[in-house]
Design a protein around this ligand. Structure first.
Ligand SMILES: *[C@@H]1O[C@H](CO)[C@@H](O)[C@H](O)[C@H]1NC(C)=O
Ligand SMILES: *[C@@H]1O[C@H](CO)[C@@H](O)[C@H](O)[C@H]1NC(C)=O
Ligand SMILES: *[C@@H]1O[C@H](CO)[C@@H](O)[C@H](O)[C@H]1NC(C)=O
Ligand SMILES: *[C@@H]1O[C@H](CO)[C@@H](O)[C@H](O)[C@H]1NC(C)=O
Length: 291
């Protein structure tokens, strides 16, 4: 596969911020879109509450999916239900020799823990608005995600508090280790602690092309909420692009394609305009959708 025409899906979620509901029933924060675009992908927004057959069609058109952070329910929401469809399709595809990567950020990470274990394993932690250096596991440098990381970036991630944490829930090492399904499925690449609970900050699946970060690489370059602990130092920006480039390279291994050009053009994010929300939300810009 040498084509440069990568398309990554980004999943929307129900608008859970009271003050933004009037702008659309579901949304995608623009920072996710910009991060993928900056690594050379085009974005296909995936709306919530579509029929299963429609998600199956979209799956066959796109080269990977990103499950963004946010605040909806990981069992009942449209985001959760769509995630499950893509997750099941991706596993089945991989088993049949068809590569389809999945990336989960924050809520997306939490969603992956539920999809893989079928259980709510998460624990409350004091990790809202907190920048941390990663505590890499011994396996990190042998992983796909960090195996080729430049030494300088590895050192930045280990030494500097630049990974942005904005989560109330975490997967503790304790709960992870006690769960056979999770332990067999995921390789822990980094951990962190809120001072009390050691939690997993980065993992990748051993076999499947599935990656999860509890932190937010896309916030460093693109979110500027005042009074938020988001680092904008050069190292943090490089990390964001490293992570995005890794995922887009994974998507380059997928051969899925739209059956025709006009269908693709209609599906692209360019058909939508983000709204400025920097004055009344945690996001600078947001894409809104109506069902
Ligand atoms: C996960 O850990 C928390 C405490 O840290 C505990 O309350 C919860 O029951 C655990 N969940 C599972 C499924 O083990
Ligand atoms: C880093 O992770 C290791 C392995 O989980 C753990 O034993 C150690 O206490 C952690 N160190 C810090 C500073 O969190
Ligand atoms: C977020 O964290 C930063 C750095 O610790 C702090 O200055 C800021 O007040 C915090 N913001 C909120 C809303 O707690
Ligand atoms: C935020 O900005 C938008 C667009 O400029 C404006 O319509 C809205 O009234 C502003 N909201 C607040 C709370 O200032």
């Amino acid at each position: 596969p040498t084509s440069g025409l990568r398309r990554d899906g980004v999943l929307a979620q129900e608008t859970h911020f009271e003050n933004l509901k009037s702008l659309g029933s579901s949304y995608i924060a623009a920072s996710y879109v910009k991060t993928l675009e900056s690594a050379g992908a085009r974005v296909i927004p995936i709306k919530v509450n579509l029929p299963k057959e429609e998600y199956e069609r979209i799956f066959s058109y796109i080269n990977g999916i990103l499950l963004p952070g946010g605040g909806v329910d990981i069992i009942q929401s449209g985001y959760a239900k769509a995630s499950k469809i893509f997750y099941d399709l991706a596993l089945k595809a991989y088993d049949n020799g068809d590569y389809f990567p999945i990336w989960g950020t924050c809520l997306g990470f939490e969603q992956l823990t539920y999809l893989t274990s079928g259980e709510l394993l998460l624990t409350l932690t004091e990790t809202e608005n907190l920048s941390l250096a990663l505590n890499f596991s011994q396996d990190a440098l042998n992983s796909r995600l960090f195996g080729n990381i430049p030494k300088r970036l590895y050192n930045s991630l280990s030494d500097l508090p630049i990974t942005a944490n904005f989560h109330d829930w975490s997967l503790s090492m304790k709960n992870f280790t006690a769960n056979e399904k999770m332990k067999k499925f995921y390789n822990v690449l980094s951990t962190n602690t809120d001072g009390k609970v050691e939690f997993i900050s980065t993992f990748e699946a051993y076999t499947y092309p599935i990656y999860g970060v509890q932190w937010h690489p896309e916030k460093n370059p693109f979110e500027w909420k005042r009074n938020s602990d988001i680092s904008h130092v050069a190292e943090a920006i490089h990390v964001a692009f490293y992570m995005a480039e890794f995922f887009v390279n994974e998507a380059r291994k997928s051969l899925h394609t739209f059956p025709d050009d006009s269908l693709e053009k209609k599906a692209l994010i360019y058909n939508y305009n983000p709204k400025y929300t920097g004055n009344n939300s945690v996001f600078e810009q947001v894409y809104f959708f109506d069902e």
